[in-house]
Ligand binder design. Structure first.
Ligand SMILES: CC(C)(COP(=O)(O)OP(=O)(O)OC[C@H]1O[C@@H](n2cnc3c(N)ncnc32)[C@H](O)[C@@H]1OP(=O)(O)O)[C@@H](O)C(=O)NCCC(=O)NCCS
Length: 201
């Protein structure tokens, strides 16, 4: 867990830590508010649906104990036989934007991914935002996602030099599968099973 230094007496203490089951409802509310329920229709969701996030790579930001930010990464193959991660969604509570929380979540997520031996991270998002973390469309030109997307928003960053050299073909999900069928997962979202619900978004 990392605490961001407060800048004034009244400034809340913001911490970045790994997500726990208790965070699920607040994380889902945050994502609904930031991205709307149409997030479930995005092509990137096809790579997350029915899967667990990558081990140790679900992070939250909290301000005096309240969840104000979330980012998760997912195991994928960037073309046949090339393990990588998909980052997203990344979201910060509207009341806490533009004060560095998104950047801290990104830096922690990328550092943790690197520490865990991952070679590359892909995402679909705004290049003007993600470029500051080293993402570009350079390494995704020969890759394709399983659905519609804007080519200029399909970005990647290598954590290990050359990890995406020559990468081509379809990006596919490789993460651990949820062990229960969808109907059970919806019940979990209603609050009966926080372990499953934590991975259902
Ligand atoms: C994108 C988001 C996570 C950034 O969080 P944040 O805590 O405000 O980020 P930071 O404080 O680290 O960075 C803020 C900077 O990023 C810029 N920025 C924010 N969103 C941007 C975007 N979509 N495109 C370009 N720049 C953007 C801000 O203008 C600000 O610039 P500055 O540093 O020059 O002032 C947040 O705006 C958010 O939750 N947006 C809605 C959800 C979303 O779009 N998520 C990304 C898609 S997965």
């Amino acid at each position: 867990m990392t605490a961001l230094a407060p800048t004034a007496m009244s400034t809340p203490v913001i911490t970045i830590r790994e997500e726990i089951p208790f965070d699920v409802a607040a994380r889902e509310a945050l994502l609904d508010a930031a991205l709307g329920t149409e997030r479930f229709a995005k092509t990137a969701e096809r790579l997350r649906d029915g899967r667990l996030p990558a081990e140790g790579l679900s992070l939250v930001a909290s301000a005096d104990g309240r969840l104000i930010g979330s980012v998760r990464l997912w195991n994928i193959a960037a073309g046949r036989g090339r393990p990588a991660l998909l980052l997203g969604p990344l979201a910060v509570d509207a009341g806490f934007r533009c004060c560095g929380v998104g950047g801290e979540l990104m830096r922690h997520a990328l550092a943790e991914a690197e520490a865990r031996g991952h070679g590359a991270v892909l995402l679909v998002g705004d290049a003007p935002y993600y470029r500051r973390f080293g993402f570009s469309a350079e390494r995704t030109a020969a890759l394709r996602l399983p659905g519609p997307y804007a080519r200029e928003r399909f970005l990647a960053r290598e954590l290990v030099g050359g990890a995406l050299a020559g990468a081509h073909g379809l990006v596919s999900a490789t993460g651990r599968r949820l062990s229960r069928p969808p109907a059970r997962r919806f019940r979990a979202l209603a609050g009966n099973d926080t372990r499953l619900a934590s991975h259902a978004a």
